[in-house]
Design a protein around this ligand. Sequence first.
Ligand SMILES: C[S@@+](CC[C@H](N)C(=O)[O-])C[C@H]1O[C@@H](n2cnc3c(N)ncnc32)[C@H](O)[C@@H]1O
Length: 212
Amino acid sequence: MGFYSQVILPPLLDWSLSDATIAKLRYELLQDVQGEVLEIGFGTGLNLGFYPNHIQKITTVDKNAGMNAFAKRRIQNSQIKVEQLTLSSEQLPIANHTFDSVVSTFTLCSITNVRQALKEIHRVLKPGGRFFFLEHGLSDKPQVQIWQNRLTPLQKIIGDGCHLNRDIYALVAAQFPDVNIQQFTPVNMSDIIAHFYQGVATKSSPQQEWQN
Ligand SMILES: C[S@@+](CC[C@H](N)C(=O)[O-])C[C@H]1O[C@@H](n2cnc3c(N)ncnc32)[C@H](O)[C@@H]1O
């Protein structure tokens, strides 16, 4: 991983994702997180201040050591104990059925093999466990989609693999049949970069699988 990704990008992303509108969405998303928690694509740790007070420990995964280093200051100022793993979420060295909650914000857009990462998220969740996500992706407006497809090659360079045109609902629903999702664009933002998907996907319990 190069100088741009490890040194230039962390402060840039930290600044661009610190917006007050996004902060409110982070807060809303994380209020129901509980139990053993895994956050994938931890980045600079911007979610840390929004976890409920009863969360005492989280495990985090990010493949970029520069992001993990940038996040240290935020971790030191937090009451939450953080175990940081520098690795890719496409292959998690974690046992099946470990976590009650998995969190991802603005990360499914960047993971190279996102279907494999979603399989891993599903695998490490306990039965009945929940995947909380806030992501940007493909708009439902054809005119916007044209621009998202045109600009994605450039965005992948600037944003270290970030796609503007991923259908996050289809990706999550392919792994989790039970998804509760909202799609919207905040008023002060552009549809091209800020068609947001916010939701919770639940892993079936063995009893539900038996009934299906
Ligand atoms: C746009 S940033 C979002 C950071 C943070 N989640 C937030 O909301 O501020 C995307 C993050 O995903 C990480 N990432 C990309 N691909 C990954 C992968 N395969 N495994 C783990 N992390 C990954 C990047 O290094 C980066 O820190």
